[in-house]
Design a protein around this ligand. Structure first.
Ligand code: BGC
Length: 728
């Protein structure tokens, strides 16, 4: 079908049929082979008629080849024009094979594996009937109180952009029409949802347009430049206007300026939420505002269904706006090949073969291992001696709550727990297991059992953390420490003075000051997914060397939040050579620096950095200079190092961050091996948004840093010459 044939189809559609295309309903409205249709709760109150369902445009949250095929078949039998349904779902970090949560994937800095994880998620979900996934989420996150930081790859816009691209490429592949193992991606939440005030979910976002463009928008743009087919709005306000009714964001920026012509969908219920936000008095006004501002599909509320028709009849809404939205939806259906093959990838037989395939589990294990960050390793406590007697203690010792929020069809009982992974590779008499405490409760008996389990062990592995329902949507916290009972347990065990290795399972950076002080080694495992236990046991015993680096800072105290590496300097920086003792920018009771900075992560080996060289100390626009450094593995095991390149503009028109990530590379080094790595620096990398929002660089002095984290770097200075070769 061509664009002109959509026009044809459009010409045949009644206004009600058109409006129905703009409505997304959840599975319970549709009756499939397994009687999905069973509407309860607030959904039962929705004024949705049989007619709306017959004409509906898309379905939310249904998967399974048989179910999808059955719903689609019935739909096509009833739908007058034979327009197929689009099936959308939240396939965020895997479908059945669950990968680590996105924040963990961010810590892998491994774009290839990230892309692979999305390819696998697409493969498994497409064969199960899904056409569109509500991913990637690329919201920039700086506040770990916000429960949804686990859905993002972290606090850096360059890194988030790189991962956004990788995920889109992985989900969509090169040919959505013919590659039945792909799904369309939907980047979210547009825009700046990650900056919710106080880290409280759904809360206000307010920032300058300059900062919005500089830090928050690039990752959405990167996903769209990679061909992302859809965009989802955000729940928050941006500069006083809810994103879902924000014409400047959607029509002016997204459509006009960026040229996006794909489908825009509201977040769940966000059109109707324009009322409590306080920009619409009723549903009718909410519908008018959302559609006028650019929302094509209303997810899960009825403002469009109920009011668009009368808005058109009363001349308040131009029919052209509805037509454009319908055309975009039809175009996506066509691109997915649904007019020719409405069942697309949904294949009952293949589904059994592909979903949860062993190769997919292997990829999940690899990514879980690469996403784990070694935060502390005193006296080489890790890796463990293969003969060591281990006590495995804590609520995660045998918990299968390893998948994290948004795990689609991931079955907890199919996740490999730490205990199971130990059992697979270790004789039973070499380890003991005790729960020690639950997530948020501990008893004297539990502690006594834990101490007994630890009694004749050589080393204790504490498996602690947050349960998966403590992070994710609507799970903001003001206390970001581990629940107190787990600290009590850790302290009791640490008092035995045996070596203590703590593995943390959590969805946000936590204040782990008191975990670190009572542990000899700390591994941040996040929610590692289906293969978590296997990956962790390989890391514990040194079969795999940890190589993850934090993509979000760990505060040393919740009062520091937001604490992120690419902050501005102040006029009174702490620690400057002429800094006073008192009147400087600091806290009286805590350091300024986070406990663990962005980019930080240890290895079982050691990497030496030497000789940072620049090919020239002058950079002319249109040319490049090379920054070269030699990295040596000076330890006695192989390892991978993520070498990071940062730049600081010393004096700009606008204050520039202390450091900004501009490039990175993963280097694999055998013991004793050295490699020289070169990064190219060009004028384009030095551009930023000026006061008038122009995107350009400032000639003058720059500092370049290369190192193993945002804090551990070597530096050199260079000058960006003006066009024509003069210095500033
Ligand atoms: C979330 C989105 C999600 C949508 C559909 C909303 O509550 O904010 O991220 O895609 O639900 O499930």
């Amino acid at each position: 079908m061509t664009a002109s044939s959509y026009q044809h189809l459009l010409a045949d559609m009644t206004l009600q049929e058109k409006i129905s295309q703009l409505v997304q309903l959840a599975g319970p409205f549709f009756k499939g082979s397994t009687e999905t249709g069973h509407i309860t709760g607030p959904m039962a109150e929705m004024p949705i008629t049989e007619n709306h369902i017959i004409n509906a445009g898309s379905v939310l949250g249904v998967s399974g080849a048989a179910e999808v095929r059955s719903i689609q078949k019935k739909h096509l039998e009833q739908n007058r024009l034979g327009i197929p349904l689009l099936f959308m779902a939240d396939i965020i970090h895997g479908y059945k094979t669950i990968f680590p949560v996105p924040l963990a994937i961010g810590c892998s800095w491994d774009l290839k594996l990230a892309k692979r994880s999305a390819e696998i998620a697409a493969r498994e979900s497409s064969v199960s009937g899904v056409h569109v996934t509500f991913a990637p989420m690329v919201d920039l996150v700086r506040d770990p109180r916000w429960g949804r930081v686990m859905e993002s790859t972290g606090e850096d816009s360059y890194l988030n952009s790189a991962f956004g691209r990788a995920f889109v490429e992985g989900f969509q592949g090169n040919d959505l029409t013919n590659n039945l193992e792909s799904v369309a991606a939907c980047v979210k939440h547009f825009a700046a949802y990650g900056a919710a005030e106080g880290g409280r979910d759904y809360n206000t976002v307010d920032m300058s347009e300059r900062e919005l463009r500089e830090s928050y928008l690039p990752a959405y743009k990167a996903a769209l430049d990679a061909g992302c087919e859809m965009v989802m709005t955000a729940f928050n306000t941006v500069d006083g206007i809810p994103a879902t009714g924000n014409k400047e964001l959607m029509r002016d920026l997204l459509r006009e300026e960026w040229g996006f012509d794909g489908v825009l969908i509201s977040d769940w219920g966000a059109v109707k939420e324009l009322i409590p936000h306080g920009v619409a008095e009723n549903e009718k006004e909410a519908a008018l505002k959302a559609l006028t501002a650019g929302v094509d599909i209303e997810m899960m509320t009825e403002c469009y269904v109920q009011h668009l028709e009368s808005l058109v009849a009363e001349g308040l809404l131009k029919i052209e706006l509805i037509d454009e939205a319908v055309l975009r939806i039809l175009a996506l259906k066509e691109k997915l090949g649904l007019f020719e093959n409405p069942f697309r990838g949904a294949d009952i037989e293949l589904e059994k073969e592909i979903v949860g395939h062993a190769d997919h589990r292997q990829a999940a294990k690899e990514l879980a291992a690469k996403s784990t960050v070694l935060l502390k390793n005193n006296k080489q406590t890790l890796p463990l001696d293969k003969q060591a007697k281990v006590a495995l203690i804590g609520p995660f010792a045998e918990s299968n709550d390893l998948l994290g929020p948004w795990s689609a069809l991931g079955a907890r009982e199919e996740a490999v727990t730490l205990r199971q992974a130990f059992e697979q590779i270790r004789p039973v008499n070499t380890f003991t297991v005790a729960e020690g405490s639950s997530i948020d409760q501990v008893s004297k008996e539990q502690i006594a059992q834990a101490l007994a389990a630890a009694a004749d062990a050589d080393v204790v592995v504490m498996a602690l953390g947050e349960s998966s329902n403590m992070s994710g949507e609507a799970c903001s916290r003001t206390n970001i420490q581990l629940p107190a009972p787990q600290i009590e347990l850790l302290q009791a065990v640490a008092a035995l003075k045996k070596p203590v290795v703590t593995i943390l399972f959590n969805g946000r950076p936590l204040d782990i000051t008191n975990v670190v002080s009572h542990s000899d080694a700390v591994l941040e495992a996040w929610f590692p997914g289906s293969e978590g236990g296997n990956a962790l046991v390989d890391l514990l015993f040194g079969e795999i060397n940890p190589s993850g680096k934090l993509s979000m800072s760990f505060p040393s105290n919740v009062g520091q939040v937001p604490v992120y590496y690419n902050h501005f300097n102040t006029g009174r920086p702490k620690g400057a050579p002429d800094a006073q003792v008192h009147y400087v920018s600091q806290y009286l009771d805590a350091p300024n620096k986070p406990l663990f900075p962005f980019g930080f992560g240890l290895s079982y080996t050691h990497f030496n950095y030497e000789e940072l060289k620049l090919s020239s100390v002058e950079l002319s626009p249109g040319s490049s200079i090379q920054a070269t450094i030699t990295v040596t593995n000076s330890g006695d095991v192989s390892g991978e190092e993520i070498v990071q390149l940062y730049i600081r503009d010393i004096a700009g028109e606008i204050v520039r961050p202390m450091k900004e990530l501009k490039d990175f590379a993963r280097l694999a080094l055998a013991p004793g091996e050295s490699k020289e790595i070169s990064f190219s620096i060009t004028e384009e990398q030095l551009r930023y948004h000026h006061k008038d929002l122009s995107f350009k660089s400032d000639p003058g002095a720059f500092e370049l840093f290369i190192g193993s984290s945002s804090e551990h770097t070597f530096s050199q200075s260079f000058i960006l010459l003006k066009e024509g070769g003069q210095s500033k």
